[in-house]
Design a protein around this ligand. Sequence first.
Ligand code: LLP
Length: 421
Amino acid sequence: MDHFLYRDGALFAEEVPVADIAAAVGTPFYLYSTATLVRHFRLFDEALAWGPHLVCYAMKAASNQAILKTLAAEGAGMDVVSGGEYARAKAAGVPGERIVFSGVGKTREEIRLALEGGIRQFNVESEPEMAAISEVAHSLGAVAPITVRVNPDVDAKTHAKIATGKSENKFGIPIARAREVYAEAARLPGLKVIGIDVHIGSQLTDLAPFELAYRKVADLTGVLRADGHEITRLDLGGGLGIPYTRSNEAPPLPGDYGALIQRTVGHLGCEVEIEPGRLIVGNAGILVSRVIYVKNGEGRDFLILDGAMNDLIRPAMYDAHHEIVPVTEPEVAVELRPFDIVGPVCESGDTFARGRLMPPLAAGDLVVFRSAGAYGAVMASEYNTRPLVPEVMVKGDHFAVIRSRPTFDDIINRDTIPEWL
Ligand code: LLP
């Protein structure tokens, strides 16, 4: 459930008409609902209320300071995957002891930054990385808390580009080698082993792959404890999917997911961490765009929008489906017509939907892409020198621009000219 609903024939974000924000900010822009964000975070927090836990928001999904501060105020931890994300989490006031550091390629500089600023744990992805973390920690006179990310060789049954838990993926250490790697971790001077980490992919719409993976983690916990390791924390990753259509799609709910976690690892007495991104922010954000032209092509009609693939890359990159709806509510009896919905960028990949049934729309009308909050703004670029799309946040009956649209001069002045020119 989200807070983008039609009321009196117009789309509202909580208590604010979307058209009013478009008039004030210009299009395209991302728009987030505070109430939806908070609701989704609390669903996870409540789903794990049966035991000690921390919900670490995977901020790669949407990392605006206003979003981070909203979630941090709810008690969220953060899952970061770069020095930049670490700095963003700290700038939003998240204490180091609530930040976990994931990712296959943490550099020594990033490791140092996190150790100096405080870190809950590093999720280690390889032996060379483990050695580097130990070395940096040792040189600082510190001890780095770590989990090792194991690759359970489970098929997440999601889009190939976002599956991470099969042995052919670059992520984690093969679970069969875990004992060896943990033994090595125990020998290294700068590390303290505290637990196990697993993450098998994103946009999972079935709990079965989670169950397979978590049972493997539970078994491994027993094996590693028998080897003498103190396993007190399990980081179970993110990945729970969201509905991208309003039809019959009904992915499992956070409550079902929490119950599954309790069933599979609840008996181990570990603190549980999860790293959801998409489910928290996906349906808490929309992309608002305006029709520039309606173009009648040969055998097909195009809606040309002012939003493009550089603003929302998911359809071009993952063939992702986003619902696209007008801001003015269509009459119930209105006749729908198929349109190819495209942006102005100069390549055919800049297509959001083909043959999408839409109500009649004219140049100047506003449309929104639903479910665009996760992996939307953060994956935007300035391709075609289109200014980075701004972000706006609504809370109740007020809204604020939380990242403004750069001017052309802002963009151009980021370049520097060599002295010989
Ligand atoms: N933890 C780790 C280690 C991850 O790699 C990810 C996502 C998450 C947590 C959060 O997963 P979520 O709960 O959001 O599914 N750009 C793609 C999705 C990439 C996901 C990458 N890792 C998309 O737009 O579908």
